[in-house]
Structures are given as C-alpha cells and as structure tokens.
Design a protein around this ligand. Structure first.
Ligand SMILES: Cc1ncc(COP(=O)(O)O)c(C=O)c1O
Length: 345
C-alpha cells in the first residue's frame, strides 16, 4: 500500500548534529497530533461524514488540519487573529479551509480567549462539529508515541530531550514515552519571555509557535527538569546558525531548541541529547532568512550565543537567555497561586 503525500510529511527523520547530539526533524510536526486526533475521533464515531471540524489556531496546527481535512473531505473552519501570516492564510484557503479572524484582544493582551469564545459561537450555529482542541486533547501528546518509538529504534537510549513548548503536546508526549525506556531522561522545555507557560506574566511576544498567553491542560509541568527562556533575537540567530552549520532549513522554534540543546550537549558530552525541530523554514524566508529584516530587528545572523543566566524563580528570567532548574515540579509548587490566578495574566 502506498502512503499519501501527507503520510510522507508526517514521519520525522533523525540527523546527527554532534557525536552526542541528534535532531528529530519534522517537515510539519503538527501533522502527528492532527492525524492522530482526527483518526481517533473517526474511530470513536465523533467525526462522521458531514461533521465540520472547528479549531482555533493561527499556526502550523491549522495547516496540518487543513492538509488532513483536504484528504478526508471534512469541512474545516479555523479561528485566528490579525497576526495570522498572510501566506499561511492563503495556503490554508487553497486547501479548502475557511479562516475566521477575531479582532478583539482579551484583557491580558492576547487573542487566545476571544478566539476560544468565537469557536464556541461557531459550534453553536452548526448541526455537527468536532473540535480537535490541541491544548487539552490527550491525543495530542499521545500522538508522539510514534516519534519516541522511531527515536529509540534509531538511537537506543536517549538521555536528554530538548524542545520548544506551545501546547506542551510534543515535549510532554515524547518525554512520557521515552521515559518508559529511561526514567532518568532529562526533559528541557524552551519558552520565551512574557509567556505564562512556566509562570511568567503574559505580555507582548515576538516569537510565535512557542509560548502562550493561556495555560494549556496538555502542559504537564511535572515532566520538566529544566526550563529556558529565550528572546526572538537569540532564536532567529540560532535558526540561521542551524542552517549554516548543518544545512537544516528550519523555523525559529527549531532555532530556539537548537541553541539550548547544543549548549546542553556540549556540557554533557557523555549524554545522548535529542533536539526537536518542528517545522521547515519556508514560512520565514522574508523574515528570519532575510538579512535586511534581521538587521532592522536588531539581530546579527553571525552572533555567537554565550551561556544562559541562571535564575531561581521564573519572574527573574527577563530579556536575555535564562535557565532555571524546574526539577519536575508542578506550576503551583514553583509559583504558588499561579493556577488559581489564571496563570498570572
Ligand atoms: C512551529 C512550532 N514549533 C513548536 C511548537 C510547540 O509545540 P507544542 O504545541 O507541541 O508544544 C509549535 C506549536 O504550535 C509550533 O507551531
């Protein structure tokens, strides 16, 4: 039996970056959760013919859903905000997705809460809908069993996993499955300043794809040994370094993970480190891959990273690259009251 084109994009490949450091490279990582979530919904009778798929996303999960729905024939409505990239929007629409834009910001400054409210309104007007809910659906982390299996098959024991965190699905899912073979695996999450994911206050963020203004239930804080906060300039220059040094043409969340993972790998030469690279660079050709754009945004593509500043509490992680020992604690153990306060927004 032949795989279709989407099947072929879904399976990542493994690349060696240093003797002890490998990358798991995805063309579009979100195809794993999109496929798994829709397939399970179909198997459970929640996604029959004629059911409309509705989701809030302005990123790669929307693209993955659009690819899957183009094949299955389901109508897809995606709720996004004005920050949606115009080219991505065209790609979604070319695949047949309908894109609805919300314009009002929630009190914290982000669009996430208004987008979720709009999804609920759309669902109320349609006879049969299915919402994949990547932030809370356990099939999102559950879909990464396949990646963990592939990594274990190709590399054997893995000692450290490094990846950026948005919904938490990829890091928490892959970590959970890899720990079945090695409970000692060190899990390192990469976030950005002013994201609420690891206890900071919500605020303006330049990096997209990682970080969040709401706490996703799929983020299981107790899995993380270490958390790093990176700014956009670090992530952008690291993305260019990843391309220059390894010819891996990837997006800025890959660059962010590469900066942290290669640093950790150098400090732990005896440990096998795997870095998650979630998407390709094509969407960022006019930004991260354009020197004039980088210069206008205060970035030098040739800059070398130093080392992270150690912090004891998330609120001290400001401006520069920072690192904190999370020690598999819950968010409430690290920032008491954060959950009750709606993640300090
Ligand atoms: C490009 C990119 N990288 C990384 C992530 C973070 O992955 P996760 O949602 O599994 O935490 C996302 C999430 O949307 C993404 O779009």
């Amino acid at each position: 039996m032949f795989a279709d084109a989407v099947d072929a994009c879904r399976i990542p490949y493994v690349v060696r970056l240093a003797d002890n450091v490998h990358a798991v490279v995805y063309r579009l990582m979100k195809l794993l959760p999109a496929h798994h979530i829709l397939r399970n919904a179909r198997d459970q009778g929640r996604l029959g013919d004629g059911v409309t798929v509705v989701e809030t996303t302005s990123g790669t999960f929307g693209l993955a859903l659009a690819m899957e729905c183009a094949i299955s024939g389901h109508r897809l409505v995606l709720v996004s905000d004005p920050v949606v990239d115009a080219r991505l929007r065209r790609r979604l629409e070319h695949l047949g997705a309908e894109v609805v834009i919300v314009h009002e910001r929630a009190p914290g400054g982000g669009y996430q809460a208004t987008r979720l409210a709009r999804v609920a309104e759309i669902q109320a007007t349609l006879p049969a809908t299915f919402c994949p809910e990547q932030y809370s659906n356990p099939d999102n982390p559950g879909s990464y069993a396949l990646a963990a299996e592939l990594l274990t098959e190709q590399l054997g024991q893995i000692d450290c996993l490094v990846g950026s965190v948005g919904s938490g699905g990829s890091m928490c899912g892959t970590t959970r499955y890899l720990r079945q073979a090695n409970p000692e695996l060190t899990a390192i999450g990469v976030d950005t300043h002013r994201s609420v994911l690891f206890g900071q206050r919500d605020g303006h963020r330049v990096l997209r794809g990682l970080g969040n203004s709401l706490l996703p239930p799929n983020l299981d804080h107790g899995q993380f040994d270490e958390v790093h906060w990176l700014g956009a300039a670090d992530a952008f220059t690291a993305t260019r370094r990843l391309y220059r040094e390894h010819a891996l043409f990837m997006g800025p969340t890959s660059g962010a993970a590469y900066q942290v993972g290669s640093w950790w790998g150098r400090r732990n030469p005896g440990a096998r480190t795997v870095i998650i690279l979630p998407d390709e660079g094509y969407r960022y050709q006019d930004t991260v891959y354009d020197d004039a754009w980088l210069a206008a945004n205060g970035c030098d593509p040739g800059a070398r990273p130093g080392s992270p500043r150690e912090v004891a509490v998330p609120e001290d992680a400001e401006r520069e690259w920072c690192r904190m020992a999370w020690a598999r604690r819950s968010l409430d153990e690290v920032v008491p009251g954060a959950l009750l306060k709606g993640a300090r927004s």
